[in-house]
Ligand binder design. Structure first.
Ligand code: NAP
Ligand code: ZN
Length: 351
């Protein structure tokens, strides 16, 4: 076994703290990665606090991982020692069902194995995420980080990037369309950058008037304060597509009202409490769709990374030592994220 260290949640209420543990020995198709940076996703917080159900404890969050290849198994062909690589939200899937064959491992018929909250194939042991010094991952689930992208700023692409890129591509966002991004946090700010790079006209819906200037700096053409009922009513029937990243239960009706005929709102935010049901009338008058989307497949994640490499897109980050993770969680709960915390994993050595 390979010794590793991490920050872990020992129960749903206490602050995360230092923990020594072990990673598996390399299988033939495994890559051992020295983790350098790990983004802090709101999903980490939902999971650590038990908001999505029970998790194995100690629980190690983190699925926006960038680091350097330390060693490879004898069957590995795509990576060599020293490469800068990434790992996102999945570390395994069956790789032979119809969904995996379509490159959509996140929807694997038999269930993908999460980077955390998963069960390791073969051993049935819990998976541990990227708030850790090392990770061992099957080659298929390792991504190449394009040269020229800052590795710390690239880390959030592995979840926030692909979670917004995939639905923007699936619903064919592009020039001539008006696209709304709801919630300017980690996912939302990536959604703005990506939708803009795809050529759409982008509006941000935010509950935080303090974020208006930032939204424009990030590329938004317009900003709408979503708590302002008059401002929302003025947007009726004007959006082709809306991507909703909000991490809390809220009323969806004003956003459905803002869709044009045949428009779609896709939910990627995953709050623990359900949203109040949208009104049927708002859906049928205008043939509108409400959809959901989960991260993205491995091939599409590499496509997104290459797209970001080409367009020079990374996240706007606050780099923090791991000892500040609990403060970062508290700020995330107050929507005070500018616009993704990234942990400098080098600070783990200080305990
Ligand atoms: P985040 O950085 O905390 O951003 C969420 C944003 O939602 C906030 O910045 C805020 O933006 C808005 N918001 C409005 N009301 C809120 C409230 N009461 N509490 C919290 N946020 C509120 O979170 P994130 O990392 O972007 O993640 C967003 C959600 O997506 C989470 O539920 C996460 O679990 C989920 N997620 C889903 C997938 C997937 O595959 N579907 C992948 C990753 C994450 P304003 O201040 O602009 O209103
Ligand atoms: Zn995430």
């Amino acid at each position: 076994m390979i010794p590793a260290s991490a920050y872990a949640a020992f129960d749903s209420n206490s602050p995360l703290k230092y923990w020594d543990f072990e990673r598996r020995d390399l299988r033939p198709d495994d890559v051992e990665i020295d983790v350098e940076f790990c983004g802090v996703c709101h999903s980490d917080l939902h999971a650590a606090k038990g908001e999505w159900g029970d998790v194995n404890r100690p629980f190690v969050p983190g699925h926006e991982i960038v680091g350097k290849v330390k060693a490879v198994g004898p069957g590995v062909t795509k990576y060599k020692v020293g490469d800068t690589v990434g790992v996102g939200c999945m570390v395994d899937s069956c790789l032979h069902c119809a969904d995996c064959d379509d490159g959509l491992e996140q929807y694997c018929t038999h269930g993908m194995v999460g980077t955390y909250m998963g069960m390791e194939t073969g051993t049935g042991k819990p998976t541990y995420g990227g708030y850790s010094s090392k990770i061992v991952v099957k080659e298929h689930f390792v991504l190449k980080i394009p040269e020229g992208l800052d590795p710390a700023g690239a880390a959030p692409l592995l979840c926030a990037g692909i979670t917004t890129y995939s639905p923007l591509r699936h619903w064919k966002v592009g020039p001539g369309q008006r696209v709304g991004i709801v919630g300017l946090g980690g996912l939302g700010h990536m959604g703005v950058k990506l939708a803009k790079a795809m050529g759409a006209r982008v509006a941000v819906f935010t509950t935080s008037p303090s974020k208006v200037e930032d939204a424009k700096r990030l590329g938004a053409d317009e900003v709408i304060i979503s708590k302002d009922a008059d401002a929302m009513a003025a947007e009726a029937r004007s959006f082709d597509f809306i991507l909703n990243t909000v991490a809390a239960s809220h009323n969806l009706d004003p956003f459905i009202g803002a869709l044009k005929r045949d428009g779609t709102m896709t939910l990627v935010g995953a709050p623990s409490e359900p949203h109040p049901s949208p009104g049927v009338m708002g859906m049928i008058f205008g043939r509108k769709s409400l959809a959901g989307s989960l991260i993205g497949g491995i091939a599409e994640t590499q496509e997104m990374l290459d797209f970001c490499g080409k367009h020079g897109i990374t996240a706007d980050i606050e780099l923090i030592p791991i000892q500040e993770i609990n403060t970062a969680y508290a700020r995330m709960l107050k929507s005070d994220v500018k616009y993704r915390f990234v942990i400098d994993i080098g600070t783990l050595s200080k305990g």
